[in-house]
Design a protein around this ligand. Structure first.
Ligand code: ZN
Length: 332
């Protein structure tokens, strides 16, 4: 028997057993195709992914991780969340390089392929985390997704990547999923997608009052989803310690309620204090600590299964360094 690093014999057996209890590797989804979603003079710009990919490569993250090849999302997978008419309309907008298609959202010819690849990465990550030894994944994707609605684009988002991924997890056999969203903006599209669904919980901590105006504590779900939505709106001047305390308490409550098989993380980095669009109290080390906390929660509650997706984060220096800190935290 050969174990990690070619170790043989009894020790290899012990090592391979240890490895089987939950791999220590991470799936990392990187692709320069996401830079082909051109948005002109816009905070959600191709440089976000260009600079992020450059930093992650400089720091050796592809070598420290497993970088899979993956397929674009299919229409069927997208239509678990989005209306057929919207998928068709978005394809036409991209083919025409229509520019502004919503007050904040812009598309180019390359946006279609980028959007399909982004949603496809989220789906592929879920499937790998549910079936392989390595239980943690990060998708460095754009366009972001958590504002996207079944019927249309919203707030820089085309397809709701995390919602599509949650449906893929259910289709792959997960019984319950918890989506955690710490982007500075409320993930209204994600909340809407599962508001009456007793299989997918949604926890959002976000700045309030702020765009898009939803996400009050009174929004808790309906029907079978009653109690499965938890919003933690926080003021712009909240101290970091209070932010962290509220996040940890809410996460603990939602884990008890949902008992998920998998945690999906809408990881926005626009709660960084230097962010030009959002901005709260957080710094790189806080994103690392938050990620470590969610990783520990996944280890304790769902066999370590955790898929993190890039949402917002618009400071071209601090978003990449915050993501790098996030990856350190995800590794535990
Ligand atoms: Zn955001």
């Amino acid at each position: 028997m050969t174990g990690p690093a070619g170790i043989t014999g009894k020790f290899a057996h012990w090592l391979s057993g240890w490895k089987r209890q939950g791999g220590d590797g991470m799936w990392l989804y990187l692709d320069d195709v996401f830079a082909e979603h051109e948005t002109g003079k816009h905070p959600e710009c191709p440089d976000r992914i260009v600079l992020l990919n450059r930093l992650l490569r400089q720091r050796g993250w592809p070598e420290r991780s497993q970088c899979p090849t993956w397929s674009s999302a299919t229409r069927e997978q997208l239509q678990a969340v989005h209306e057929v008419a919207y998928v068709d309309r978005l394809k036409n907008w991209c083919d025409m390089a229509a520019g502004r298609i919503e007050s904040d959202t812009v598309v180019s010819r390359g946006s279609w392929q980028a959007a399909l690849r982004a949603a496809g990465a989220a789906i592929d990550a879920v499937q790998r985390v549910l079936t392989s030894e390595d239980k943690v994944a990060f998708c460095a994707i754009r366009p972001p997704g958590h504002h996207a609605l079944p019927s249309g684009p919203m707030g820089f988002c085309l397809f709701n990547n995390v919602a599509v991924a949650a449906h893929a997890a259910i289709a792959a056999g997960a019984e319950r999923v918890l989506i955690v969203d710490w982007d500075v903006h409320h993930g209204n599209g994600t909340q809407d997608a599962f508001y009456d669904d007793g299989r997918v919980g949604f926890l959002s901590i976000h700045r309030s009052p702020f765009y898009p105006g939803t996400g009050s504590q009174s929004e808790t779900g309906t029907g079978r989803g009653l109690g499965w939505t938890r919003n933690e709106p926080v003021p712009a001047d909240i101290p970091t310690g209070q932010f962290t305390d509220r996040f940890q308490r809410a996460l603990s409550d939602m884990l008890t309620r949902c008992q998920p098989d998998l945690i999906l993380l809408s990881a926005g980095f626009d709660a960084h204090r230097a962010d030009p669009v959002g901005g709260l109290c957080l710094m790189e080390e806080d994103f690392q600590a938050l990620a470590k906390h969610v990783r520990q929660a996944a280890d304790a509650h769902c066999k370590g299964r955790l898929v993190s997706l890039l949402e917002g984060g618009y400071h071209l220096d601090h978003m990449p360094t915050s993501v790098a800190a996030h990856l350190e935290g995800l590794q535990g």
